[in-house]
Design a protein around this ligand. Structure first.
Ligand code: ADP
Length: 460
């Protein structure tokens, strides 16, 4: 008999454990809203850090002039310039460049890293011309997107808590990253200044809101995940009465750390235990791109070991953590051919296993189970944020058009994930109310968003 039949009980059990029926979604949304509230009450009051962004003036569309953005969040940094023309002309021109950070600088000193960045910025600034011009008497202003955990202290300063994502640079933790950049720019003789320090979620929100005043939430679903939203300063107890002039501010939820009531399996627990941050970022480990493929691999490995899914022999590749990536499971799910040839090819190339049609079907079912859970839980999280906002501002969220700006490679490239996310939102809100919630892809909005925040927080 086919090995797919013998592992069927494992799939059934997995589907049961990963199920996200409406009561589970509702619990997650409610818990998200409650955790947000607890994190706004006091620092450390919840899994959700609810970080103050100090962004309380949003781009209006009236911004004019030349602004720069610098984005450091991974192995590349991006520099961008934008010439803004105000209400009618809007974005007149943009230019950007991407620079790869040499491996050794990720393990070097803070000065070396920031000198490298300042040097890249200086080279880029040198090439300014054409449609870009700075009014006389002004410095070039920068919106600095820095996607590492920062304790923000003002719109243009923030202390690095720790490096993540493979960076181990000495001498930056505990320091103001804007000061680090300013000092490096000075060493390079580069006369520019940082006017806004933001994380990528906040940049995405600002970028999307420039085009659409109804944008209230931004979500990143890429390698990792985070969400931010526009909050009223009078419902943030930990601000202790420091109101912004607009009465509003952007809060970065850091929702990757959420963990309440998630339907988890032995595969999630094992993956977490083997991770570099066990017990942390549980929501992120359930819904984001870095992990979906790895969860699937762990399920397939169990099926291979317990039920000989791929024959007697368990391939070494299949035993290798993170060998199966989310783009691979995504590609497998796009295979509409009769014999699932692409699925077979990917399994062979990536995991070193041969498969017949029934096995391939089983593998696609596993992918779908994990992706469905991820997408639906992300949807429930979004509803949780909206629900929290609605509770404090009766009918100002669900009673009118509200836009959620989405970005990140997972959301952008995985159609099934996107569909499951949207279905969960509709199930939770009902067809009528969900029509007011518009989930919009805002591609690469965070770079221009950061430049816009430099403009709306300009020193001039
Ligand atoms: P990052 O989050 O690393 O800053 P991105 O937003 O571009 O960058 O997201 C990259 C992530 O998106 C990858 O780690 C991967 O998980 C996911 N991804 C990229 N391409 C695909 C794809 N074709 N299908 C599914 N997921 C993808």
């Amino acid at each position: 008999r086919s090995s797919a039949v013998s592992v069927a009980p494992i799939l059934t059990h997995l589907q049961k454990q990963c199920a996200t029926p409406l009561p589970v979604l509702r619990h997650v949304a409610d818990a998200m809203a409650a955790d947000m509230r607890a994190g706004l009450a006091v620092d450390g009051g919840s899994d959700l850090k609810m970080i103050l962004s100090y962004v309380d003036t949003f781009p209006t569309g009236n911004e004019k002039g030349l602004f720069y953005a610098l984005d450091l969040g991974g192995t590349n940094f991006r520099v961008l310039r934008v010439q803004l023309g105000g209400k009618d002309e809007r974005v007149i021109a943009t230019e950007f460049e991407q620079v790869t950070i040499p491996q050794e600088l990720m393990f070097g000193t803070s000065e070396e890293l920031f000198d490298f960045i300042a040097c890249g910025l200086a080279n880029f600034a040198k090439k300014e011309g054409g449609k870009f011009h700075l009014p006389s008497g002004r410095k070039r202003e920068i919106g600095f997107t820095f996607s590492f955990p920062v304790k923000q202290t003002s719109i243009d300063s923030g202390i690095l808590m720790k490096w993540t994502k493979g960076f181990a640079v000495s001498g930056t933790a505990g320091r103001d990253v804007v000061a680090c950049l300013n000092e490096a720019m000075e060493r390079q003789g580069l006369d520019m200044q940082v006017s806004a320090l933001v994380n990528d979620t906040v940049g995405t929100l600002a970028g999307a809101r420039y085009w659409d005043d109804d944008v209230m939430v931004a979500v990143i679903l890429g390698t990792g995940t985070n969400a931010c939203y526009v909050e009223r300063t009078d419902v943030i107890p930990k601000l202790q009465g420091q109101m912004s002039s607009s009465g509003r501010t952007i809060i970065s939820t850091e929702w990757g750390a959420f963990s309440n009531g998630l339907p988890l399996t032995e595969f999630d627990r094992d993956m977490d235990a083997a991770s570099i941050n066990p017990g942390e970022q549980i929501f992120e480990k359930t819904i984001s791109g870095m992990y979906l493929g790895e969860i699937v691999r762990r399920v397939l490995l169990k099926m291979a070991e317990a039920g000989a899914l791929f024959g007697e022999y368990v391939s070494e590749k299949l035993s290798t953590p993170f060998i199966l990536r989310t783009p691979d499971i995504c590609a497998m799910q796009q295979d509409n051919s009769d014999h699932l040839d692409a699925v077979g090819a990917i399994l062979y190339d990536v995991a070193g296993v041969k498969s017949d049609l029934s096995v391939r079907k089983m593998v696609v079912e596993v992918c779908d189970t994990i992706v469905k859970r991820g997408g639906r839980l992300a949807g429930a999280g979004i509803v949780g944020i909206l629900q929290k906002m609605e509770e404090d501002s009766k009918d100002l969220i669900f009673g009118k058009r509200t836009v959620v700006a989405m970005d990140g490679g997972l959301y952008e490239n995985y159609p099934q994930y996107r569909r499951y996310l949207k279905e969960a939102v509709t199930e939770l809100l009902g067809l009528e109310m969900s029509k007011n919630v518009v989930i919009e892809h805002s591609k690469d909005g965070s770079g221009i968003g950061a430049a816009l925040l430099a403009a709306s927080n300009s020193k001039y």
